[in-house]
Design a protein around this ligand. Sequence first.
Ligand SMILES: [Zn+2]
Length: 570
Amino acid sequence: MRLRFVAALLLSASLPFAVSAPLCAQAVASAPTLIPEEALPADPRFSADRVKADVTFLADDLLEGRDTGSRGHEIAARFVAQRFAALGLTPLGDRKDGKADWLQQITFQKTERVDAPAGITVSGPVGSATFAQAVDSLVGLSATEPKLDVSAPLVFVGYGLSNARLKLDDYAGLDVKGKIVVMLRGFPEGLPSETAAYLVNSKYEIAQAHGAIGVIQVDTNQSAKQRPWARRIALGLQPAFTWVGPDGKPFDETPGIRAAGGLGDKGATALFAGAPRLLAQIRKEADRKGFRPKGFALRTSARLFGESKSSRVTSPNVVAMIPGSDPALAGEYVVLSGHLDHIGISPAKPGDPVGKDRINNGAMDNAAGVATLMEVAHVLSQDKVKSRRSVIFLASTGEEKGLLGADYFARHPAVPIGKIVGNVDLDMPVLTYAFNDVTAYGADHSTLGKLTAQAVAPMQVTVAPDPIPEETVFVRSDHYMFVKQGVPAVFLATGFGNGGEKAYRAFDEANYHQVGDDVNQPIIWRAGARFAEANYRITRAMADGDVPPLWLKGDFFGDLFAPNARKADK
Ligand SMILES: [Zn+2]
C-alpha cells in the first residue's frame, strides 16, 4: 500500500496531501474469545503451502525489497511470469514479432534534487525575503523543467476546492490567470472522507482549470499538527517518479502548473503582508468545523526556484489472462490486480551498527497479495468450467511510487478499457490472525457491494464497513486507477473482527514500510489460502454474472468517471 502522505512533490500526476481526520479512538473492550483458524471453513482447493512458498520467495532478502526498476523486482517479475506460464495462462504484455510477452515494460522518469540554490522568495509591501529550500520552504520537483524559475503575483484561494455537485467554489470571483495560488492544506471538516480525498488530490487540476501557473500550500493548525513541518520536509526531499508515455514524454496531468511548493510558518505569514486578513486570523477561523475561508488577491508576489536532474529506468508489469468460456461474454474482462513492487532497501544512517538489516522485504505489502493473486489464478485455471468473462491478472510495478504501473496499464491496456468491466485489487492483506470478516473498499459505489457480500457469505465471512475512513484507503491503491478510467472496482482487506484490529494496528505500527515486514511475522498461511478463496469467489461472481458490475445511480465516483455508463438502482 502506498503511503498516505507522500513523499516528493512532483508537479506531474496527482499530488497527494494530508487528509485530515483524527485517528480512531482505540476501542476499550473486554477481550473477546477468538475463533481459531482451524474452526473456520476452508475450501481444500486453496493451498496454504503454495501461498507460503510464494510469499517466502518474493519476500526473500535476495530480492532486496523489489524496488521499482531494481534487479530484485525484475527477478520477482520473471518468477510470476513463469508461474503464469506453468498454469497455462495466456500472456498479455507487450507484443513482439506478433507474439505477446508476459511483461508490459514501462519507462519511468525519476527526478531528484541537485545541490543548487532553491527556495521561495516573497516580495511585497514590506520588502523581499527568500525562504530556503528544506528549511523554511519546499519547492516541488519538475519532470520537465530542470532549472525551475517561476515568478508571479499571488492570490489566496482558501482551500482551493471547486466542485459544482458539492456546491464548492473557492475560486468564485477571483482572477488567478497566470498567477500563483496560495491555498490551505487539507479540506474543511464535514466532507465524507473518500470524496474529500478525491478533492484534495484534484487541487492542482482545479488550479490549472482556473488558469493558475503555480501553487503554494500553507498549513492550517490542524494540518500542522497532523504532519509537522520538519516531517513534511523529510518526506518531500525524496525523488519523484512518473511514467513516460509511448510518445517519450513524462506523464503530466497538470502541465499548466509549472511550479508548486509549500512554506513553513515564517514564509506563510510573509505571503499575507498587507492583506485584508492575516494568516493567523484565517487559521483560527479554519479551526471551526465546516468553515471555508473566502479568497482574495494578495499584495505579494513569489518566485519559486530550484534545480533537479532526471534519469530513466524501465520496470515491467506482468500481465496474463484466462479466456472466458461464453462466446457472448468472453470479450469482456475482469482484472485481478496486485502490486509486485515494494520500497527496496532503506539508506544507511550514520551510526547504524555493522550488518544492520535495511531490506524492506514487503512480505505483507505486497508479496501476500501477489501470492493470493497467483493462488486465485491457480484455482481458476483448474476449474472444469471456466468463467464466462475473461480474467486478466496484473502484477503491477511502481505502486509505491504513486500507483504508476496500474495507472499505465489502465491507460494502455492490451484490451479496450471499455471492455474491462471490473477490477479486484489485492494489497497488503494482514494475515496474522484468523479473519472472519473483510472490508470491501470501493464496493459501496457499485453493485460490487452486494456481489461481494453474497460471494463470501458461504465462507461464513461478513463484509464490514470501512473501519479506518481517516486512512482514505479507497484512493491509495491500484484499484483507484481503474476507478479513474470508469471501471467499478473493489479492494478487499481482511477485517477488524476476530482480533483483526489488534493485528492491523500492530502491523501498521511496527512493520508497515519497515524492515520487519518479513516472513518472521506470525503469519497464518491458512488465512492466506482462505483469503484467496474469498477473492476467487468475488472474481468468479463478477466474471459469471449475466450483468457486469455497474455503478450505482447517483454515486459521486460513478457520475464523475463514468458519466455515460449504464447505472444500477441503489
Ligand atoms: Zn506499501
